[in-house]
Design a protein around this ligand. Structure first.
Ligand SMILES: Cc1ncc(COP(=O)(O)O)c(C=O)c1O
Length: 492
């Protein structure tokens, strides 16, 4: 019996089998990038759950049979991020060489826990962390690690800040009066989740309202003054470079100067927007990164890598090591004086994929200039939509795009006429109800796919341009498609 399995294992290593997988991927690239077919599934979660509701198979099957099922039942109803009408979440249409590298990463199966398990990949990770830390303006003592994404990167930075604020927390806990963390109203939930995870108590998180979707610096000053008067210790201020909702950049210069003046750890969540450092015209706000002590930066967002590839950087590599103050004699062998090469001492994870290899490949394939041009191109696509909306009466932009994210709303018919004929409150209710219904109705049809959020308490439509193939014609098609759906809603 085991002989049969071993024979099949051997057969699966052949190029012939590998090519069947590559063919599926290439067919998927070809059909979706041409904009053929539905962007997402019209089927309900229940229908799809039923499809996969079978028993754990007792016997194996031929690869070709499973691949046929994969295409029919998985790919057909997956979200098509390569489809130029996909303008939804911050999940990229991944760069093809990044995708092809996935099989190499899997085959090599190097673990970044310790150098002896990944002799080359560990060195590449140090090199890339060094390059990106330098771009962020960090000096020679900087370090970092790849992470599963922005959530882990923010958590890691918060853990490091906790160690700096309460050095014996690892052994003794936080005591009766933990420090507080201050962040902007539009910070990603990863920040408050980290506060909860660290056992500080969610009430130790203080949210500062925004002005123009950026942390309001005057209110931040007021809050920090108040905390000082109350004798509360501030563990960190978290600013965001590229907020999830609107892609806005907090004023890192002002926030950073404030933190420096008061000796507060500034962490920047640049999961989305730190890739703007590659742009030929990065937002001025990023100059303020020089004040930060840690930075989250996700290559799987605006560097268009396939999931997962996140990263946390620290101005002082020692901050990360102190964050995870653990001994593991079976793993970490380095002597006390040498710089420890093993990345496991700086990471939340033990076994960790060599995601850095796809980043390394992509950097060589396109260079920082090529990646920067792609970043700019995605931002320009958001700008195309903004400009198209500015010219129309039936839509309204909610902000200027600072990156590749734009929030807007549909107003319906003749805006001026409607203003004259209804009360402002009634008008607002009508528009909100319409926008709430518009997104699911539009997405269900499958010709395009967008997201939604709530801004200033009102539902709005939101796009994130994550696909370099999305262009002017797709932007026009989006607005036409939304209008057609809205008219259907209005007429019922
Ligand atoms: C600003 C920001 N931070 C953090 C995250 C979380 O990143 P991830 O989903 O990679 O964990 C996101 C994701 O949307 C984000 O936009």
């Amino acid at each position: 019996m085991i002989d049969d399995i071993l024979a099949e294992l051997e057969a699966d290593t052949s190029l012939e089998v590998g090519e069947q997988f590559a063919a599926v991927t290439a067919r998927y690239f070809a059909s979706t990038r041409a904009g053929k077919g539905q962007v997402s599934t019209p089927r309900s979660a229940e229908e799809l759950a039923q499809r996969f509701d079978g028993e754990f198979p007792r016997e194996g099957r031929p690869v070709a049979e499973i691949i046929a099922r994969l295409e029919r039942e998985v790919l057909a109803d997956a979200n098509k991020y390569y489809h130029p009408m996909y303008m939804g979440h911050q999940t990229s249409a991944p760069l093809p060489v990044g995708v092809w590298m996935e099989s190499v990463i899997g085959a090599l199966n190097q673990s970044l826990a310790v150098w002896e398990m990944s002799p080359t990949a560990t060195m590449i990770e140090h090199q890339i962390v060094g390059w990106l830390a330098k771009l962020a303006g960090y000096g020679a003592g900087a370090g970092g690690t790849l992470t599963s994404g922005g959530t882990e990167a923010n958590f890691t930075a918060m853990l490091a800040a906790r160690t700096a604020a309460v050095p014996n927390a690892w052994e003794d806990g936080l005591g009766a009066d933990p420090p507080v963390v201050v962040y902007g109203e539009h910070a990603h939930y990863a920040v408050t989740r980290a506060i909860g995870q660290l056992g500080m108590g969610r009430r130790r998180g203080i949210s500062i309202p925004s002005r123009d979707y950026r942390i309001d610096v005057d209110l931040l000053i007021g809050a920090l003054d108040r905390l000082r008067e109350e004798g509360k210790s501030v563990m960190a201020v978290v600013a965001t470079a590229g907020t999830t909702a609107t892609g806005s950049f907090d004023d890192l210069e002002a926030v950073g100067a404030l933190c420096e003046e008061r000796g507060i750890w500034l962490h920047v969540d640049g999961a989305h927007g730190a890739s703007a450092l590659l742009s030929s015209r990065p937002p001025r706000a990023l100059n303020g990164l020089r004040h930060s002590r840690s930075l989250a930066w996700d290559p799987h967002k605006m560097m268009l890598l396939p999931l997962a590839a996140g990263m946390v950087l620290a101005r002082d590599e020692g901050d990360l090591e102190r964050a995870f103050a653990q001994q593991a004699p079976y793993l970490f062998h380095a002597g006390k004086s040498a710089r420890v090469i093993d990345q496991g001492i700086r990471s939340f994870q033990c076994s960790r994929r060599a995601d850095v290899l796809k980043l390394w490949f992509v950097m060589q394939r396109f260079g920082s200039d090529g990646l920067g041009r792609m970043y700019d191109h995605l931002c320009n696509t958001a700008r195309l939509l903004y400009d198209a909306i500015e010219e129309r009466d039936d839509f309204e932009n909610l902000h200027e795009p600072e990156s590749n994210i734009l929030c807007f709303r549909y107003l319906g018919g003749d805006r001026k006429l409607r203003r004259e004929t209804s009360s402002p409150a009634g008008e607002m209710q009508r528009i909100d109800a319409l926008n709430r219904e518009l997104r699911p109705r539009y997405n269900r049809e499958g010709t395009g796919w967008i997201t939604a959020t709530v801004l200033d308490g009102r539902p709005v439509l939101r796009v994130t341009m994550m696909n370099p193939r999305t262009g002017a014609e797709h932007v026009r098609a989006l607005l036409d498609g939304l209008v057609a759906k809205a008219k259907e809603i209005e007429s019922t």
